[in-house]
Design a binder for this molecule. Structure first.
Ligand code: PHE
Length: 374
């Protein structure tokens, strides 16, 4: 029989004690019978519900009904009782021993025939994967890898690369500067590097010629994000310095690299350009490996090359003698050594390689997108 709260005639401490003992005994029986979460919830509601729960009835029938002069003592006893009931009900939920034997079997059951839990281990990001591929093409040519800081000084990012003091690239419109640097002399002011070229200087300060290096890394520019721009992107820089390095070496090396990356049938094409740290400078195009250089896909125009049949892929040139002047003391005498350098956007190569039409997708971290490249 389910417990019901009796009306009291006698409100003495002894009578109340007896009534409380009966209530607690009933509660003990009921908690022992709880066999699962939903039974526990029923129990909790039966005892603690504001409306008509056992404790509310105790309040009404024992405390409110008590004669005035007994109220204080009854109040204390009822409070004590409430506490014990609440504790007992709480314990009934936490203590698995309070669950009936059938439910223990149920909750502790271990089905050893179930497959294990798969923990996804992740995969290379498509941009990182592309960078690694580019790096490995140059590793096979004997290049080693160098890296440098993303937060760079004006000296390495601009000055030692022969940028004149008022070059537009130094403008805050293009470059993201670290705040509060005005008190420092210009060369020491910090910024987010706008290209990987500063690592050319850092490496030539450290390592004597001959050198052949590639520099993969993150760079930043003050560009609003759109389908083909991101304020953060990735470059791979290359630098070769030795005696008698010529523009022919530059062309041969890059032509080989493009064939290794995009397939042996791609062609390369160089056209004049300008960079403060190379002279002469060039932009290199590869024949579009999507449409094979025809500018068309079936009857449709080829979008990646804008129907031109060519895709601009990197900037390059022969290291400007003025750049060697900054590292002359480490063996880079511009009269004795020469070199070439190049820099390409890794994200752009990844976009083309995987046929992705929006660079933002690379950086939004949506696993549904990224999983496709795993
Ligand atoms: N640093 C140049 C850029 O970011 C690319 C470049 C690198 C050009 C090396 C020439 C030589 O646009």
């Amino acid at each position: 029989m389910a417990y019901t709260v009796p009306k009291l005639k006698d409100f003495s401490a002894a009578a109340l004690e007896k009534a409380a003992a009966k209530l607690l005994a009933a509660l003990e029986q009921e908690t022992a019978a709880v066999s699962n979460e939903s039974a526990w919830k029923d129990l909790r509601d039966r005892w603690m519900a504001r409306k008509n729960g056992v404790l509310t009835q105790v309040n009404d029938l024992w405390l409110k009904a008590a004669p005035k002069d007994a109220k204080r003592d009854v109040g204390q006893q009822v409070n004590e009782l409430k506490k014990r009931v609440e504790q007992a009900i709480e314990a009934a939920q936490q203590d698995p021993k309070n669950a009936g034997s059938s439910s223990r079997l149920e909750t502790d059951r271990l089905d050893i025939t179930l497959p294990g839990i798969q923990r996804p281990i992740g995969a290379e990001h498509p941009v990182v994967k592309t960078m690694n591929e580019i790096v490995s093409v140059f590793r096979n040519l004997g290049y080693s890898v160098q890296e440098g800081p993303v937060i760079e000084t004006d000296y390495y990012n601009f000055e030692a690369l022969n940028f004149p003091p008022n070059h537009p690239a130094r403008d805050a419109q293009d470059t993201l500067f670290i705040a509060n640097q005005e008190s420092k002399p210009q060369p020491e002011r910090l910024l987010l590097r706008t290209h990987t070229s500063p690592v050319q200087i850092r490496t030539m300060e450290k390592i004597k010629p001959p050198i052949r290096i590639v520099i993969p890394g993150k760079v930043h520019r003050n560009d609003p994000p759109d389908a083909s721009h991101s304020p953060m992107f990735h470059q791979i820089e290359g630098l070769a310095v030795d005696t008698n390095i010529t523009f022919g070496d530059l062309k041969g090396t890059l032509d080989h690299a493009m064939k290794a990356l995009f397939g042996s049938s791609v062609k390369t094409h160089f056209r004049p350009s300008f960079f403060p740290f190379t002279e002469p400078s060039a932009e290199m195009m590869v024949s579009c490996f999507i449409c094979g250089g025809s500018g068309k896909r079936g009857s449709q125009p080829c979008r990646p090359c804008k129907s031109t049949g060519w895709i601009e892929i990197l900037g390059c040139g022969m290291v400007d003698p003025n750049v060697f002047e900054f590292v002359k003391d480490n063996g880079y005498d511009p009269r004795k050594v020469s070199g070439f350098a190049f820099g390409m956007g890794a994200d752009r190569v990844a976009l083309l390689k995987y046929g992705v039409d929006d660079i933002q997708l690379f950086f939004q971290g949506d696993v549904r997108f990224l999983r496709q490249f795993a």
